[in-house]
Structures are given as C-alpha cells and as structure tokens.
Design a protein around this ligand. Structure first.
Ligand code: IVH
Length: 782
C-alpha cells in the first residue's frame, strides 16, 4: 500500500513537471503518447485505490457535479480596469503624467521610466487565491468588487497550477490574469459545437466567457481554456516583471511576450512590433499593456476612480466594420454539408478587402436574425475567415428578405435533408434534429465527389502527387471518375485529353497512381474521408484495432474505448461502414482484380494502444436508466461477469442496490434486444483482445517512442512519405525542422539549413544509406 502511494506521488510529480514544461515553458519534455501512458497509469492506480485520490491530482481536472448557481465572492482588492489609448499622442501624454506625478527630472527628452510591456489578451479576468501553495479559490471579475466563485471550473483549466512548485511562496497569495481560448482551440470548439448542434461562438472571448461560466464544470473541462497570469496583489519582489518571473518559477503561466522598455518610445516600438506579429500569434490580442515596472512607484502613483495611474492599454484599431449583406450563397462540402456564406458589399477591414463571411449554419442565421439587404457588423480576427457578428436592425431596408435553405442541392439538384443527432440516454436512443443540412445524394453529387477525391489523393492520405484540384475537377466533370476506385482505372490517353496536363505529366501521374497502392492502414482509413475522422483518429483506429476488417465491424460502444474516440465519432464510423455504397467502393479498391490496393496492416499493438475494457465500464456504456458509473462498478464487483449481471438473483441484486435501481437493471435485461446487444459488445471485446479476461497480445515497446526525427533534403532510394510512415511505425514523431529537441536527422541531397543547425547542435545525422541500415536493424526492408 505504501509502495502504491509512493508510486502515485511519483507519477503525479512527474506529470506536473511535464505539464509545466508543456504549458508554462512551452518546451514539451516528452511525447504526447508517453504523457498519455503515464496519465493512464496514474488513473488506473487511482481507480484501484480511490482513497488515495486527492483534489490536486492531475487526473482531477475533469469537472464534477453541476451547480445550481455560482456563489458571490468579494474581492478584497477591487479588480479595476485599465485606461485606454488609441494613438501614440495619448501614450506620450500618459508618460508625461507619470513623470510629472513622480516628480522625476524632465531633462530634454531623457527617458527615465521603466515600463513592462505585455500583450493585452482578449479573454476574461480571473482572480486565483493560493493558500500554502494550494489553489483554494477562483473568481471572475464581476462588477470589480463582487465576482462569482468559479473555483470548480478554474480547476479544470489545464495550465492553472493546482499546487505551486518549489517553495517560498507567501502563505496567502492572490494572482490575477486572463482566461482565454487560443485561435486553434476556438476553431476546433466551433467545429465540434456545429457537429453536436451546440451554440456557435462569435469570437474566442465569448467562447472563453461562456465556457468559464458554465454551471456544469464537466462542460468547462471539455473546453480548450488557458490562463495567463498578469499580476499578483501580494508583495513578492520589487518590480512587476520580477514578480511575474518568480510566479513562473512557481509554475504559473505568464506571457512569452513579456518585455521591459526604457521610456515611452521603446513602448511604442513594442506596440508596433506586436501589432505586426498579431496574426501569427496563437491567441487573440486586442492591444498591448504598459505598466510602470517598479512596485514602489506604482504605489506612489496610485489610482484614479476605476483605473491605475501606472498602467495603460494601447488598443489596436477596431477589427469590426459595417457593410451590407448582398446575398447568401450555399456551398457544398466534402461530406455534403451545405453551409451558408454571406456575400457582402466589399469593404476594407484591417487592410484586407472583405467580400464574404461565414454564417456557419441556419441556426446561426436565426440567432443573428439576419435578412438579405441588412446592414451587418463584421469582425475579422487574424487570419480567421471574417464573421457576421450582428445586425443593425435600425438600418433594415423595407425590401429586406429572409434567408432560406434551398430545397435542392445547389450543385446536383437532389433533395436537401436535415441532419439527425443520435444520443443514447437512459437506455434509449434519442433522435433529434441537427442544425446542419446535407445534400442527400452523397458521393454522386459532383461537389462532394470532387472534394472527397481531392481529400483521398492528398499528401497525408493516399498521396498521389500530380493529381491537382483542377485535374480532379475536369476528371469528375467529364465523368472519367465517379469514385476513388476509378482513379486506379485511368488510362494515359484519358488523362492526356485534360487541359493543362502534358504527355510527360500524364505518364508521371500513372506511375504515382501505381505507387500509391500500398498505403498504411491509418492512411487508408483517413483517406476514406469519414466525417470527423482526422489523421489522429485514423492512427488510433489502426494502432488499436490492427486491421480494416475490425474497424469495419467495430460497434460504437467498443470504439469509444479507444483514446479520443467519443460516441459521436463512433457513430459516424459505424454508419460510414454500414453504407452499402461505401462498402462497394472499399471492396473495389481492395480487390486484386479491380484496383489492387494492398493495405500495410499494423503488425503489433504498441504500448499506448493496448486497451483493457472492464465489466464496470461495459455496463456503464449500456446507459441503463438510473445506473451511473458508480453503480455499474458495484454490479461488476458483485457479479463479476456480464452473464452474472443478466441472470442476477433479485435478492442478491437488492442486497447492493435500492429497489428502483435493481428494477431498472432487471427491466433493461428483460428486453432481449438489450441483452443481445450487450453480449455482442462483450463478444467483440473478446475478438479484439480488449476483454478484461483476454490475455494481452504481445505488446511491442516501440523503440523510437519519444524520439523526434527530422527528414531533410531529397532522398533517392525511398520516398519521404515512406520514410515518415516507417519512422512513425517505430513510434517516432517526424517534424520538418531541426531544434534542440531533435533526436536524429536523416539528410538527403541538397540539405542545407537543417543540416547546418544539426551540426551546430551536435545532433546525430544519418545519410540515406545509413538510414536504410538503421531500418534493416529493425527488420524493415525497403
Ligand atoms: S492589468 C489594474 N494586464 O484588460 C490593472 N490586464 O481593461 C489590471 N487584460 O480586466 C489589469 N491583458 O482582463 C492587465 N496584460 C494584461 C492584460 C489585462 C488583458 C484585461 C484584463 C482587464 C482588462 C482591463
């Protein structure tokens, strides 16, 4: 027991350190797969010893029971806001007032005040209280004196330390900062919201606010929230930047853009620089914040009514503007989803001429209440597609008219249907209307066909180079290809008839098609273009199930045992393989007499992908009415087998469960469809070696797990794609540029800058022949 406890403490400390490297220092110390492995080990130990679980364990960032309302909290020191500047003159004036108030000598333009410079993050302000180094409370700003206690939500934010590192922190300490969502996180969130028919957020700030103020902290836990600390109200060091540096040493995330400036002119330089780099930053900022760096001088300067005299926010010009909604067009995507796109009267916004904006879906149009002819406010953040934010109702013309989803597909004319959402709750399937509309004709609609062929041949999928978008469009329009399988039946004389394809290119293309016939299982699954199955999920499916046959017949409940596969995706996978048209295409692709593709099946399970389902989790996945995961586990402990639960003696069941729950279990299994389905899941777990009693197959500890490789220059003997696949099959991560984290470099001809950097860092470099012998050592022949 003591040994287990020590092991748990060791794993927690290790995970905390890796989290710190990843979130705070931005320098990952291990690969995602290794992290997941440690995390799963800790979870398993804690599940076996629930009495050893503590609030601050890294496994506890998952949220808890939903609240009815947030309690109010008082900020002992009010959370004030900042004065704003919109031009350099106001900034210079701010500095003059600082210098005057501090009574500093004004010697002809001499720069005397030291300022800290930080980006102004666009999220929401949060206060965090630490007692004895442990997070004890998180609160929103509210009206600056009274905020809301969002402690349970704050605990789910991955980069907020639940416990400070090191020592020497004040017994009571309050830090403040911004909770925000990165640009990438925001994009991902809206895509998944759209899929489940949830609210679409107009911008990352609204998404962060909405997510942090959720009464159900499990929802908060599922949102990509991040924290950046920008102040501490407790005395620590003599300057603001030293305070932040010290906080970072204790594990607190601070801005990577924090700088010092001597005098206001240097502040203006910082502003110009960060404004220029704004689009390439991973998060939204709406300006820069400048603070007098000395805490003593800050005290001397004090506050006006609502803002400090020692700080100012220099805001960027607005990214919003007014324009007219001229029309709404409808675009058909790869999976047939029809998306409304706003056609706008062209208008310049942050230096770019904008003439269209995304409207997401029909629910979003209803939410905005937008009509064609309306004047709308559009917002453009970074390189993100502009969005329609709101409507100026007062300017609505008399002839404005409603936006309507066409009844037939704008490309192929076939009927448009509304998507359905299927959820299992309390043992029943609940089907509701989704927010999306789809062209019913799927792959026979030329818009979808073109998109899915473009995806199928793309570099990360089947990888047929030389088959560009324009060529594909022509091939589909001329009806030379009607499915991915037709690619393999193309003849050079057909390709040569296409515009822009010369004789030599057509011959090269035929060779590229021929060379693409041995994809890995993961690439093939990804190439099929199943909705929501990206490269990562495709790899998980291949690495955990090992063959296409298994992926094809896997039940959704079994799929949800795999890392990162939720019920929604599991259903998409199931329905894709249930579709007879898809089945036909797959068998044509794999038939030696037709296309002759040969999948390189995954040979062995690799450590992170060995899955052992438990009886408790199986019972939980059945969604028996009123049976949660705790009760499911109780049933499992008592009856030890599915058969035991199905045939449980009533008295015995009553022994562990109240009458209502015992009855629910009984009623559920009295329905033979339910029993058969549960048995089918169990059988599949056995077939796939995932059952709790299955002997674990030989687990290969992949030799290159945790190693990052770089390929550079051009290779003669093997294609780069193949090299990447091979390295990945050995567990390595392959990236494009050399850094201190690189483990080994494979250098072909003409490699220059990467090679120079590798030499500078003293890294291991293999030429192509050496690499081939490295592969041979791992029994891979090329
Ligand atoms: S300092 C008393 N620093 O901007 C000064 N605020 O308009 C407290 N903000 O409520 C704020 N980035 O939510 C500070 N680097 C930064 C900031 C920042 C964003 C937000 C914060 C505050 C608002 C003030």
């Amino acid at each position: 027991m003591i040994a287990t406890h020590d092991h748990i403490l060791k794993l927690r400390a290790e995970l905390d350190q890796h989290n710190y490297h990843y979130h705070v220092l931005d320098e990952p110390s291990i690969s995602d797969a290794e992290y997941d492995c440690l995390f799963r080990n800790l979870k398993a130990l804690e599940a076996a010893h629930p009495e050893l679980v503590t609030r601050n364990s890294p496994t506890q960032r998952i949220g808890g029971t939903a609240l009815l309302a947030f309690t109010k909290v008082k900020h002992e020191i009010p959370m004030l806001s900042l004065g704003n500047a919109f031009d350099a003159t106001t900034m210079v004036e701010f500095d003059r007032l600082v210098v005057e108030a501090l009574d500093l000598p004004i010697e002809d333009d001499c720069t005397t005040v030291e300022y800290s410079c930080e980006p102004k993050l666009d999220g929401l302000a949060v206060s965090l209280l630490y007692r004895n180094g442990e997070l004890v409370r998180g609160a929103t700003r509210g009206d600056s004196t009274i905020g809301e206690d969002v402690s349970i939500n704050v605990r789910t934010v991955r980069n907020i330390p639940l416990k400070l590192h090191g020592s020497g922190w004040p017994i009571n300490m309050e830090v403040r900062g911004e909770v925000f969502i990165s640009k990438a996180g925001f994009k991902r969130l809206n895509v998944s919201q759209m899929e489940v028919g949830g609210k679409i957020f107009a911008n990352a700030r609204n998404a962060a606010g909405g997510s942090l103020r959720q009464l159900d902290s499990k929802i908060t836990a599922s949102r990509p929230l991040e924290f950046c600390c920008y102040s501490v109200t407790t005395d620590i060091c003599a300057t603001h930047t030293d305070n932040l540096q010290q906080l970072q040493n204790w594990g607190m995330p601070i801005s990577h853009e924090l700088k010092l400036a001597n005098g206001i002119q240097n502040c203006l330089d910082y502003y110009r620089d960060i404004k220029e780099r704004r689009n390439s930053l991973p998060y939204e900022i709406d300006g820069a914040v400048f603070k007098v760096n000395s805490i003593a001088l800050q005290r001397k300067l004090g506050f006006r009514t609502r803002e400090p005299r020692w700080a100012i926010a220099y805001k960027f010009p607005s990214m919003e503007t007014l324009t007219e909604l001229v029309d709404v067009a409808f675009q058909v995507g790869r999976t047939g989803i029809i998306t409304p796109v706003a056609r706008l009267k062209p208008v310049k916004l942050t230096g770019v001429l904008v003439s269209s904006a995304t409207l997401h879906n029909m629910d979003e149009i209803a939410r905005l209440g937008v009509m064609i002819g309306d004047t709308v406010i559009i917002h453009r953040a970074g390189d993100v597609i502009p969005q329609v934010v709101s409507v100026v109702i007062e300017r609505r013309p008399e002839n404005a008219y409603a936006v309507q989803m066409p009844e037939s597909c704008p490309v192929c004319g076939s009927p448009v249907e509304r998507t359905k959402l299927v959820k299992r709750r309390k043992g029943k399937e609940i089907v509701s209307n989704g927010v999306l509309y789809r062209c019913a004709r799927r792959l026979t609609c030329s818009a979808q066909l073109k998109q899915s062929i473009i995806h199928f041949v793309s570099r990360r999928a089947i990888n047929i180079s030389g088959l560009g978008d324009k060529t594909i469009e022509q091939l589909v329009d001329k009806k030379l290809i009607c499915s991915p399988a037709d690619i393999y039946k193309l003849k050079p004389e057909q390709i040569i008839t296409l515009q822009g394809v010369a004789d030599i290119a057509s011959r090269k293309l035929i060779v590229a098609i021929k060379n693409s016939k041995m994809p890995t299982l993961a690439r093939f699954i990804y190439a099929l273009g199943i909705a929501n199955v990206g490269e990562e999920i495709a790899k998980v499916l291949a690495q955990s199930l090992l063959s296409l046959e298994r992926v094809q017949k896997a039940l959704p409940e079994v799929l949800t045992y795999l890392p990162d596969v939720g019920l929604e995706v599991a259903h998409e996978i199931r329905s894709f393989f249930d579709d007879s048209y898809n089945q036909g295409i797959i068998s044509m692709l794999l038939s030696p007499d037709e296309c002759g593709l040969q999948l390189q099946n995954q040979l062995d399970l690799s450590a992170p992908f060995t899955i052992s389902a438990t009886l408790g989790s199986l019972l939980d996945k059945l969604h028996i009415p009123s049976i949660g995961s705790g009760v499911a586990q109780k049933l499992a402990n008592r009856f030890s087998s599915l058969e035991g639960v199905v045939n449980a003696d009533w008295l015995e069941m009553r022994h562990i469960l109240p009458a209502k729950q015992a009855k629910a279990v009984r009623n559920f299994f009295n329905n033979s469809d339910n029993t058969n389905y549960a048995i089918a899941i169990e059988q599949q777990l056995k077939d796939f070696g995932m059952h709790w009693q299955s002997k674990k197959k030989f687990v290969k500890n992949l030799p290159e797990v945790g190693h990052t490789w770089v390929l550079t220059g051009s290779l003669k003997l093997i294609s780069r794609t193949l090299v990447k696949d091979m390295l990945e099959s050995l567990g390595a991560k392959v990236v494009s540029s050399v850094s201190a984290r690189t483990y080994c470099v494979v250098a072909g001809l003409g490699a220059t800058s990467n090679l120079a950097k590798a030499a500078q860092l003293g890294l291991q470099v293999l030429d192509e022949e050496e690499f081939v012998s490295f592969l041979a050592k791992h029994n891979i022949t090329v």
